[in-house]
Design a binder for this molecule. Structure first.
Ligand SMILES: [Zn+2]
Ligand SMILES: [Zn+2]
Length: 184
């Protein structure tokens, strides 16, 4: 969905959408580290406010996403509930490298061509911004055995390495990485 700035009425415009996998697909990065899927549409509520030198977009994105756990790689549901407050600034008003007039520290801002707002990209961006750096199916996720690869949340390790005390296996791998101290 795209919206022309000159079509936003003075009083602003409210968008309420159900946003689904088909909307998300073209906005996904090529190698999405989260393996993000929208099993059900998410709810998007945005209010577009037109100002002389920017467009402010306020609202929220809410729903349930499917992500892949970064530790055990299994898919799991993750609750998205993210407020939106973005300042869209026309590219031509972007400060040059020397200028730091714009106090952007506390602002969520983005630049655009000044005419067309790419709503889908903006929503996708908000979703990715909401995701933590590392997503886990649970804080206690035990991950995969580094040797036999079983999901330790679901079954016991077959090789024994996954059950070893983690302190001990870390020590072992540390020793393996150290240069041979025994000399010649
Ligand atoms: Zn996990
Ligand atoms: Zn194992």
């Amino acid at each position: 969905m795209r919206i022309r700035v000159d079509e936003i009425p003075e009083a602003g415009r409210t968008l309420r959408l159900h946003w689904d996998q088909a909307d998300l697909a073209p906005c996904l990065p090529e190698d999405d580290p989260f393996d993000l899927k929208l099993i059900r549409p998410i709810q998007v509520e945005l209010e577009l406010q037109r100002h002389p030198d920017h467009v402010r977009i306020l609202g929220k994105v809410q729903g349930r996403l499917e992500l892949s756990c970064h530790r055990c790689l299994a898919p799991f549901e993750w609750r998205l509930d993210e407020p939106v407050d973005i300042f869209l600034i026309p590219q031509e008003l972007a400060p040059g490298e020397e200028e730091t007039e714009l106090d952007v520290e506390d602002l969520d801002y983005d630049f655009f061509d000044g005419e067309i707002i790419e709503i889908d990209q903006l929503i996708a961006q908000q979703i990715f911004l909401a995701l933590p750096y590392k997503v886990l199916c649970s804080e206690e996720c035990r991950g995969l055995c580094p040797r036999c690869g079983v999901n330790l949340n679901e079954e016991p390790c077959r090789c024994g390495a996954g059950d070893a005390k983690s302190d001990f296996s870390e020590l072992l791998s540390l020793r393996e990485r150290l240069p041979d101290a025994s000399g010649d």
